[in-house]
Design a protein around this ligand. Sequence first.
Ligand code: NAP
Length: 244
Amino acid sequence: MDKRVVIVIGGSKGIGRATAELFHKQGDQVMVAARDTAKLAELERELPGLVSFAGDMTASKNLESLFDKTVKRFGKIDVVVLSAAPFMSKPLCEVSDDEWQQSLKYVDMIFRVNRAAARQMSKQARGGTVVNISSRAGLREDVLPNSSVYALIKGGMTHLVMAANQEMRNVQFISLCPGLVGDTEMGQRAVAERPGIDNGESLSAAEVAQTISALVEGAGPKTPHVYRLTRELGLEAIESPAQD
Ligand SMILES: NC(=O)c1ccc[n+]([C@@H]2O[C@H](COP(=O)([O-])OP(=O)(O)OC[C@H]3O[C@@H](n4cnc5c(N)ncnc54)[C@H](OP(=O)(O)O)[C@@H]3O)[C@@H](O)[C@H]2O)c1
């Protein structure tokens, strides 16, 4: 069988990097997008065959180019993992216009990534899977103080996933909502900026990557598409698939 083609957006560090490493180890053709050219060059050296794409993925031209280049080079896209995100822990009243405008670019990116993947995958006989890395902070039961912008982005992501799954049978959209992942830069920032978050209970990026891989393997129209992942309770499906 031919290799699966996997795009990881935000794969230079953290969960995205662990995911790129795992898919590469499993024999997939991996394409990694991020901004840090030194880290991308290091990944290409360490993981032969992996291809990197440097650029800010909130710029729509870069995103279009990533998808175009992947299809031109490998002929298809089987899996997209969207891991890139901003982090902000601030009371609503203190969020500046600049910070909001910057955050809005990520909302735009979430829409464009899912639309580009859906357009390509829906043309493919075997469809494809889009894994959106959301957060438990975007779930109704788990929202935290000082997270209005983050919760808006992550909650919106999960709702896009639920709606998109009702439109297509051969493209699976997944929202994975992890709790604290303590061994990434973002996780360490969350611990520093959100007193009360218990680092002792955190997940690791490698564990999240294993879950992403398992969810991609099992994804189908009759499987759930929204999951919470925590150290305490493991993986929980928190949305039922739409009925026929
Ligand atoms: N860590 C946690 O506790 C936690 C918990 C729940 C959910 N999550 C979610 O999991 C995902 C990954 O988090 P993480 O902890 O692995 O974060 P991280 O270590 O900060 O990594 C983020 C990745 O996204 C890339 N990125 C960010 N903005 C980008 C942009 N505009 N264009 C291209 N690449 C961009 C970064 O690379 P460059 O800097 O090279 O561009 C990096 O590779 C995020 O969606 C986050 O919200 C994290």
